[in-house]
Every structure is written in C-alpha cells, then in structure tokens.
Design a binder for this molecule. Structure first.
Ligand code: TYM
Length: 346
C-alpha cells in the first residue's frame, strides 16, 4: 500500500495530530517490529501527540509464561525508550494499566460482525498455529485493537503491512458506530512504511519474521549481539541465480529482495542505489554489508536498552505517568461512548 503522505506540521498553533500504536510483548522485539513499526514512530514524535503501548492484554490470546510476559513487557518499554521514544514527548504505557481498553473493547464487540471477524487472516493463521487453544479472545482480538485505537482518536496508526487488515476493521467499526450515534470516533488511517513494512524470515523468505517463532536463525532480535546478527545474515537464504545478481524482484528473488529491503531501510538508500552499489559483486559482498548495516542500526539501541533496563524505578515512573495521561484521554472517550449507547451515568 502507498504510504500516507504526512506533511510537516505547518500549523504550529493548531492542536497536534495524534498517532498511536502498540506491540504485543509475546516475544522479544525483532528487526521486523523495528523497521515495520517503531522506526516510523520515533520519526514523528515532534510533530504528533504520540501514544505507544505494550499490548499485554493482546499477548494472552496465546498462552504466555507469566514471568516471561512480565519481564518482556518491561524490556519492551526499555527498548521503546532506547529506540528514541522520549517519555517526555511520547505517552508510553502498559495496556492493562488503562482499563478503558477492555471496557471499550467489550462495547465494540457488539459492533463487529461474526463474518468480518472470521475473515481476519491473523485469526486464521493463529488458529492453525494454536489449534489446541482457539479461544474467544483470539477471535475478538480486532475489537480490542479497535478500542486501543479509537480511545485516543488518532489520525494515524503506524503499523507494518500485516496489521493493515485490523486497522481496516477498526475503520469499519467507526463507520458503523458513527452511523448510528453521530461523530463519536475519528476515522484513523493506517500509516505503513514504504520499505520495511514486511520483513521476512531470513531462513524462509516466504514467511514473515515473527517474534513468536521459535525458529531463531531466521529472526533477528533487537537485542542480538553483533556476532549473532553476522551469523544469521551469513546463513540467510538467497537463490540459485548463477550470476548472484543483487536485483529487486520479490517474485523470483524473494530472499534477495528481503535483504535489499532491510539494507534500504537501515541505510536510507533506494533500491536503484543498492543495485548499483552491488553490481557485479554478488552475494558474497552483499550479505556482510547488510549484516553490518543492521549491526550499526541496532548497536546503540541494544546498549541503551540494557542501560535503561537496570533502572527499574525509572521504568516504573515512566509507565505510571504514561498510564495516568493515557487514562485521562481514554476515560473521556469512554464516557462519551457510554452516554451514546444509553448507559446510566455513574
Ligand atoms: P505485533 O506485536 O505482531 O507487531 C508489532 C508491530 O510490528 C509490525 N511487524 C512487522 N513489520 C514488518 N515486518 C515484520 N516482520 C513485522 N512483524 C511485526 C506489526 O505490523 C506491528 O505494527 N495487533 C498488533 C498490536 C496492537 C496494535 C494495537 C497495533 C494491539 N493494539 C493498536 C496498533 C494499534 C500486533 O499484534 O502487532
């Protein structure tokens, strides 16, 4: 999908536009989460009023080890900050600390149709992967995600390609709800990066790089050490092209196209420049160059996250302040919704 054009904030005096997104702490953050989502978030914090959260309510749609979930939620917060999300400029919070998410989620369950929820590709994929635990939460997941979004009335929701369908469903809910009750919710736009929107597994370029995969070698984690990143890229699948030509062709050369996307996203170069740079050099020169670009992109994040993670008191201050601010905005929207649907005021 074409990236929505975000013009610089021309009207400095107008209220800032709002951006919101979240990530499930269901696994360690990957290069995919970074290039598809977080990288786009930090580039906008001056221009927008930004809300970013750890989607722990969403994480339990798949069984989690409680201690791991707790640890990863805090690690994720440290990583958000290390990626450049300044807590003074962005509202960073833990989803379960703002109960309005679950409350609005229930209401929106009643405004989403069984048919449309059944068509969600993530529900189908996750049902296949967790055949022994196809729970109700997995099915109604997009209603909770719609609540996450609509509570804050955002203009843009920066996500990777795989979440576009869920944002579209939130848009359907807005249309349906506003159609009955008037302009309650603002219509959110998905904001999807031009490169990095779908980072694929290095060992299997047909499938998305995913934090919940046990795979290991095809998944690059934000906290991976340089030698691990180098090893993973060395083993990355390319193709059997005898000329070993670095050319962007996702149909016939999905492995190389994935590496080119990663390289382009990390260096800011476009595909033509990447092709020119490696013309006649083959995969032997290309793969280590991609590894180096990723190592240098992630190095400062890893070092800073490790430092921040040691300061538990600081993290607690950040997530408490974040929940307080988020809760104020969220309760305003929820109050309006409750009134519209006919609940008696407390
Ligand atoms: P999640 O936790 O699966 O992924 C977090 C974000 O990272 C993006 N992403 C990728 N982008 C490119 N390539 C990849 N391989 C890759 N893997 C992940 C995802 O698109 C996403 O933007 N349901 C959401 C979390 C959520 C949310 C929300 C997002 C809950 N409520 C409200 C936005 C707004 C999810 O499971 O993302």
């Amino acid at each position: 999908m074409e990236q929505t054009i975000l013009t610089p904030a021309t009207e400095q005096t107008a209220p800032k536009r709002v951006m919101l997104s979240g990530i499930k702490p269901s696994g360690d953050l990957t290069l995919g989460s970074y290039l598809g989502a977080i990288k786009n978030w930090k580039e906008r914090s001056e221009q927008f009023d930004c809300y970013y959260f750890m989607a722990d309510l969403h994480a339990i749609t798949v069984r989690q080890n409680p201690a791991d979930l707790r640890r990863r939620t805090l690690e994720q917060l440290a990583q958000y900050i290390a990626c450049g999300l300044d807590p003074d400029k962005n509202t960073l919070f833990i989803q379960s600390h703002v109960p309005q998410h679950a409350e609005l989620g229930w209401v929106l369950n009643c405004y989403a149709m069984f048919g449309e929820l059944s068509r969600m590709t993530q529900f189908k994929d996750k049902s296949k992967k967790n055949a022994d635990n196809i729970n109700g939460g997995l099915f109604t997941y997009p209603c909770l995600m719609a609540a996450d979004i609509l509570l804050y009335q955002p203009d843009f929701v920066p996500v990777g390609e795989d979440q576009k369908q869920h944002v579209e469903l939130a848009r359907n809910i807005v249309q349906r709800f506003n159609g009955v009750y008037g302009e309650v919710f603002k219509m959110p736009e998905p904001y999807i990066p031009k490169v990095g929107a779908r980072v694929m597994d290095l060992g299997n370029p047909e499938s998305k790089m995913s934090k919940s995969d046990e795979a290991g070698n095809g998944v690059v984690y934000l906290m991976d050490k340089p030698e691990d990143i180098a090893r993973k890229f060395k083993r990355a699948v390319t193709d059997s092209d005898v000329e070993r030509c670095v050319r962007f062709d996702p149909e016939t050369k999905p492995g190389v196209a994935n590496l080119m996307s990663i390289y382009a996203a990390c260096t800011g170069k476009d595909f033509a420049a990447v092709e020119a740079e490696f013309e006649g050099k083959g995969y032997g020169a290309f793969k280590p160059a991609v590894a180096d670009a990723v190592i240098e992109t992630l190095r400062p994040i890893r070092e800073e996250a490790a430092r921040i993670l040691k300061d538990k008191a600081y993290l607690q201050t950040v997530y408490r302040q974040g929940a307080e601010k988020a809760g104020r905005i969220a309760s305003r929207t929820l109050r309006k919704v409750y009134k519209k649907v006919g609940f008696v005021e407390r």
